[in-house]
Design a binder for this molecule. Structure first.
Ligand SMILES: *Cc1c(COP(=O)(O)O)cnc(C)c1O
Length: 350
């Protein structure tokens, strides 16, 4: 892998030509941004209800607060309907259908390849090593001139581990294309986020989400952090009002209470460590993989059977045994102390 000659990347050379040349939709809220007294520009219903007005299309209040917390500029943030939205938009912005490719490491989160396939974009796969880390030697054999985006997930789903930082940096330095690092589980590890490396790597996109540590999966709010140039491309092609008023308000509330998130995270990590210890003692468990996330991947004697028997006890885990390199593995989310006890008791009695 060595397509990048120097540290300079002109993002516009990577953007699809039609996206580069198109004129974006301009909403009423884009055209008038100040404070006024009478709004007759957006065909809204004038009678007051909490939601009669369109939301801020660029969610500036949320971004300003988030920027402070994350140590970035508001212009380096994109907010979407879950992380799934930026995962999809990045492919649509940078990959020509029936021509370009994304590269993913397997096993990993399923949405990268689903979004690529919907957009008729080819998926190139590189296996992770047996300890689920990046195999740098395998990259050059797989990627080619059609590869426009690399998706890395760290901590990785479903394996739970961080990818090694040095290898991620190698990919960032050597690849002339977009490198996405999905950090959905970054709150559950002591490993450092890449969110404060944006100024060093113009091709970097970091994804985070309100769905895991923040406890807001039902709201659907995902974050992408990148250079203002990349963020501008995503803003250009997103739906104008992609994050509703209620979600923006509730996100602001959550961001006012970082301590609550942190105490959940602390509790979940403690429970995870207990869970790992207890699982290792069980006869049906062959291996507990180290976790930097809010779940553990566990190799058992017969994953399908364990899954069925837990289900009979009304306990649902994720059977990952058909996933590459995850033969006979189940993925267990860390629950409350009571839920975890119940799971362990059930596993003991199998
Ligand atoms: C859960 C998860 C997400 C979150 O997706 P949302 O659309 O934000 O809910 C993103 N990436 C990975 C790897 C995940 O496991």
């Amino acid at each position: 892998m060595s397509r990048r000659a120097n540290n300079f990347i002109d993002i516009n050379t990577l953007v699809r030509k039609n996206v580069l040349n198109m004129k974006p939709y301009s909403s009423a809220r884009d055209e008038f941004k100040g404070e006024a007294e009478v709004y007759l520009d957006a065909n809204e219903n004038p009678y007051p209800s909490p939601y009669n007005r369109y939301p801020d299309p660029l969610q500036w209040r949320v971004k300003e607060k988030l920027a402070e917390i994350k140590g970035v500029q508001p212009e380096q943030i994109f907010l979407g309907n879950g992380s799934d939205e930026p995962i999809d938009l990045i492919i649509r912005a940078f990959c020509e259908p029936n021509q370009d490719s994304i590269l993913i490491t397997e096993p990993t989160y399923g949405m990268y390849s689903v979004c690529a396939e919907v957009n008729a974009v080819n998926v190139q796969q590189v296996l992770l090593t047996h300890d689920f880390d990046i195999d740098l030697d395998a990259f050059p054999k797989t990627f080619d001139a059609t590869t426009k985006v690399i998706y890395l997930c760290s901590p990785n789903n479903p394996t739970g581990n961080l990818l090694s930082r040095d290898k991620i940096v190698e990919v960032l330095k050597r690849f002339y294309g977009i490198v996405v690092i999905d950090e959905a589980y970054i709150d559950f590890t002591k490993g450092k986020s890449f969110v404060n490396e944006l100024d060093k790597y113009p091709n970097l996109v970091v994804l985070q989400t309100f769905s895991k540590a923040w406890g807001l999966a039902g709201l659907r709010l995902g974050m992408a952090f990148a250079s203002p140039e990349i963020i501008a491309v995503l803003n250009k092609i997103k739906y104008p009002y992609n994050v509703n008023i209620r979600t923006q308000d509730l996100a602001l509330e959550a961001l006012d209470n970082v301590a609550r998130k942190e105490s959940w995270v602390e509790e979940i990590i403690e429970e995870r460590e207990e869970m790992v210890k207890a699982l290792k003692k069980l006869p049906i468990v062959d291996k507990v993989y180290p976790s930097d996330a809010n779940f553990v991947l566990v190799k058992v004697k017969d994953a399908h059977q364990t899954y069925r028997e837990l289900m009979d006890q009304k306990i649902i885990v994720r059977d990952r045994s058909k996933v590459t390199l995850c033969y006979n593995c189940i993925r267990i989310t860390i629950g409350t102390p009571e839920e975890n006890k119940r799971l362990l008791q059930a596993l003991k009695e199998l």
